[in-house]
Design a protein around this ligand. Structure first.
Ligand SMILES: Cc1ncc(COP(=O)(O)O)c(C=O)c1O
Length: 392
C-alpha cells in the first residue's frame, strides 16, 4: 500500500476493517515454518505411512529405540545430506535426532562445555542464548556484513577468545536472510582450520532455495558437524534432523553410545516416515510444493512492500525489514501487535553489547492461506507508510 492508495476512501476502510478483524485474532508471523501445502503433503505422507505399515507391524516399528537411527535411516540421511554436501558421507557418520535444537543441546556442551567459547553471528537464532546460559558457555559475537560473517572479525574473535566452536548460519541466515557466497565460505573455513575451531553448521533453510552454495561442512568435513533438520522444508512436526559428524568415532563419542543420559532421539515412527520419504524420493514432491508456495508468497511480499526496504533471500521463509529511523523496532513491533500482526524485533536475535540494527523479522509460512498473509502485509505496509523515510 502506498500513500496514493491510502488516500482512496474505499482502501482506507478496507484496511481499517482488516485491522479490526485481526485485533481479535492477531496474525502470528513470529515463527517461520514452511507454508502449508496440504494438497501435496497429505497424499504423499499418507502413501508413505501406508507403505510403512504394509511392511512391518507397529509393535516392531515402535517397540524399540532406534538410537542414532537404523542402518536404513542413516543411509537415507546420508543420501539427503549428499544433496547439499555434494558427496555421500559414510553412514556411520550420520546421527538421526529429534530436531536441530536437540542436536545443539548435545553439541554445545559436548564440543564447547562450561567456560568454553562459542563464536556466533552477532545476530543469530535466539535459542543459542538459552543453550549458552544453560551450559555456561560464553558467546563471542562476530560481525556480519551483506555477505554474512566477516572473516576479519572472525579472525579477531579467534585471536581474542580462542573459541572451541563456531555456529554459522551460512544459508538464509536467521534473521538477516543473507546467503554467504562461496568465496566467503572458503575464507571462514580457512580461519576455522587455522585456529582449530569446530564448525556446527545449521543448514536448516537450505533445501528450499534452488542454488544455495555448498555448506562450509563440505569444504572442511574433518572439523564440521553438519545439521540438516526437516522443520523448515518438510514440516516442524516431523521432529527429524540429520547430523553428519566429522568421523564415526566423533559421532559415537558425542551421541550413542558415548552419551547415555539422552533425549536427542527421534520417535521411531517419525524416523520411519522420513526414511520412507527419502528412499522413495517422494520428499522431492513435498520440497517442490513448498518451493512453489514459498515463491508465491515472495511475490506477495514484493508486491505489498514494493516501496519499502525489505530483505528476502531466494527460497527464504523470513523477511528482514529495517525500521524507519524515527521508531525503535520494539515500538514498531508493539504498534503492529496493536494493529493485529505479531512480528519479532531485531533485539531478540542480538548477541552481546554491540549496536543492534533496528529491524523487524517476520515469517511467511505460518498463515494458513495467502490471503491471511496479504492482510498482514497490508497492515505492515500501512504502518511503514506512516514514516516517509522508510521508503526504499
Ligand atoms: C536457524 C534455525 N535452526 C533451527 C531451528 C529449529 O529447528 P528444529 O525444529 O529442528 O529444532 C530454527 C527455527 O526457527 C532456526 O531458525
Amino acid at each position: 500500500m502506498n500513500n496514493a492508495l491510502a488516500a482512496v476512501p474505499a482502501v482506507k476502510t478496507s484496511i481499517q476493517s482488516q485491522i479490526g478483524e485481526h485485533l481479535k485474532n492477531p496474525i502470528a508471523l513470529r515463527l517461520n515454518p514452511p507454508p502449508p501445502v496440504p494438497c501435496v503433503f497429505d497424499p504423499v505422507v499418507s502413501t508413505a505411512t501406508t507403505n510403512i505399515l504394509a511392511r512391518g507391524a507397529l509393535s516392531e516399528i515402535i517397540g524399540h529405540h532406534r538410537w542414532c537411527g537404523t542402518e536404513a535411516d542413516r543411509r537415507a540421511g546420508a543420501e539427503l545430506c549428499a544433496s547439499r554436501l555434494g558427496y555421500r558421507a559414510d553412514d556411520e557418520r550420520i546421527v538421526l535426532t529429534s530436531s536441530t535444537q536437540s542436536t545443539l543441546n548435545m553439541l554445545i556442551p559436548g564440543l564447547v562445555g562450561a567456560g568454553g567459547v562459542l563464536a556466533v553471528d552477532e545476530l543469530t537464532y535466539p535459542p543459542i542464548k538459552g543453550f549458552a546460559e544453560r551450559y555456561s558457555v560464553v558467546l563471542a559475537p562476530v560481525r556480519l556484513d551483506d555477505d554474512g560473517m566477516i572473516p576479519d572479525a572472525l579472525r579477531k574473535a579467534c585471536q581474542m577468545h580462542r573459541p572451541k566452536a563456531l555456529y554459522p548460519l551460512s544459508t538464509l541466515q536467521n534473521p538477516t536472510t543473507v546467503t554467504m557466497s562461496l568465496e566467503r565460505r572458503k575464507e571462514i573455513v580457512a580461519i576455522a582450520r587455522e585456529f582449530g575451531v569446530s564448525i556446527i553448521e545449521d543448514d536448516i533453510y537450505s533445501l528450499i532455495p534452488r542454488n544455495a552454495p555448498p555448506p562450509l561442512s563440505a569444504l572442511a568435513p574433518e572439523i564440521s558437524w553438519y545439521l540438516l533438520g526437516l522443520a523448515k522444508s518438510v514440516a516442524p512436526g516431523m521432529k527429524v534432523a540429520y547430523v553428519v559428524a566429522p568421523s564415526k568415532e566423533a559421532a559415537a563419542n558425542l551421541f550413542w553410545p558415548g552419551v547415555r543420559a539422552t533425549f536427542w532421539m527421534t520417535a521411531p515412527l517419525s524416523a520411519a516416515l522420513a526414511t520412507e520419504l527419502i528412499e522413495t524420493a517422494s520428499i522431492g514432491q513435498i520440497l517442490d510444493a513448498v518451493r512453489s508456495a514459498t515463491a508465491a508468497r515472495h511475490t506477495l511480499v514484493h508486491q505489498y512492500l514494493r516501496n519499502i526496504d525489505h530483505r528476502l533471500g531466494d527460497g527464504g521463509l523470513h523477511v528482514w525489514m529495517p525500521t524507519p529511523p524515527s521508531v525503535t523496532s520494539a515500538d514498531l513491533t508493539t504498534r503492529l501487535a496493536q494493529a493485529g500482526v505479531l512480528v519479532s524485533t531485531s533485539d531478540g536475535f542480538a548477541i552481546g553489547e554491540g549496536g543492534v540494527p533496528r529491524a523487524i523479522r517476520f515469517g511467511l509460512g505460518n498463515p494458513s492461506d495467502d490471503s491471511t498473509l496479504e492482510s498482514a502485509l497490508t497492515i505492515i505496509a500501512a504502518e511503514y507508510d506512516r514514516y516517509p523515510l522508510a521508503k526504499a
